[in-house]
Ligand binder design. Structure first.
Ligand SMILES: NC(=O)c1ccc[n+]([C@@H]2O[C@H](COP(=O)([O-])OP(=O)(O)OC[C@H]3O[C@@H](n4cnc5c(N)ncnc54)[C@H](O)[C@@H]3O)[C@@H](O)[C@H]2O)c1
Length: 265
């Protein structure tokens, strides 16, 4: 998809990757960039910096996602590209609370279902449109220290694949962004995993550049970190060996404290 004259919606656009995408998209002269996020003041400031339109929306609530889509369709007549980008990470695993698991699944996966459900009918009617899902390399591999992040991102990837397979023949382009570390607030913590990710972190500008290229080339999988493709092949070709390697990284990152990442009550 070429972005000139397009109507674009991005969630989680107040900062980080979402804001980086909007800044890069703006260079392609789209018709409108609708930028949404949780908090009013931060999304208004971000939208002003890009020349976008600010909308407050909690993506974990279906009625708010539906309103974001309906209001955009009312105002602009169509949505050409919807980027389901908002996401959160919480550490922990088996012993994390049900509320924490639910929150992460709602924001990182169910929100993608809500936005696709809301926007797909109008795209199918026109026979064109693009859905971009920000997942993560964690959705193809795993996430040391956060089971809910790994599981929710795997769900986001599986959902994006399913939509591509089911609607790709009807004019719907689907893309799935799966970076490793990106230099945003999400990996600013002092914990071992954040520090590990920071070492190879890409800038939001680099990621946004890859996204524009991949959308133009109609590519499904967007892997800004080249090594992720290699890790993916390792996982597919020898799962046992891959698990063994990941256990080693887990042990090294957590400094021998195997309970970190799954704090027992
Ligand atoms: N930073 C990384 O290393 C990295 C790597 C792979 C994937 N990702 C993914 O990229 C996406 C963007 O992350 P980021 O790194 O820019 O993080 P970030 O924390 O800088 O930005 C996330 C944005 O999402 C918003 N958000 C959170 N919950 C929301 C909700 N319920 N409704 C609406 N907005 C909400 C936040 O307010 C924030 O503006 C996420 O899906 C994340 O999982 C990030």
């Amino acid at each position: 998809m070429e972005l000139r004259d397009k109507v674009i919606v991005v969630t989680g656009a107040a900062r980080g990757i979402g804001l980086g995408l909007c800044k890069r998209f703006a260079q392609e002269s789209p018709q409108a960039i609708v930028m949404s996020d949780l908090e009013c003041s931060s999304i208004v400031a971000a939208a002003e910096s890009v020349g976008g339109e600010a909308v407050t929306c909690d993506v974990s609530l279906e009625e708010q996602v539906q309103r974001l889509v309906n209001d955009t369709l009312d105002k602009h007549g169509r949505i050409d590209l919807f980027c389901a980008n908002a996401g959160i990470v919480l550490s922990g695993g088996v012993h994390a609370s049900n509320d924490e698991w639910q929150r992460v699944m709602d924001v990182n996966f169910t929100s993608h279902l809500y936005s696709t459900r809301a926007v797909l009918p109008s795209m199918l009617e026109r026979g064109e449109g693009c859905l971009m899902h920000t997942a993560s390399a964690a959705g193809l591999l795993t996430s040391i220290g956060s089971a809910s992040y790994a599981v929710s991102k795997h769900a986001a990837v599986a959902f994006a694949e399913w939509v591509s397979i089911t609607y790709g023949n009807r004019g719907i382009q689907v893309a799935c962004l799966c970076p490793q570390g990106v230099d945003t607030d999400m990996i600013k913590g002092g914990d071992p995993l954040s520090q590990f990710l920071q070492q190879q972190a890409l800038s939001t500008e680099q990621v946004a550049e890859d996204v524009v290229t991949a959308l133009r080339e109609k590519r499904f999988l967007i892997l800004p970190h080249g090594e992720v493709s290699r890790f993916l092949q390792n996982r597919a070709s020898d799962h046992e060996r891959w698990l063994k390697g990941m256990r080693k990284i887990n042990r090294e990152l957590l400094g021998g404290h195997d309970s970190i990442g799954d704090v027992e009550p």
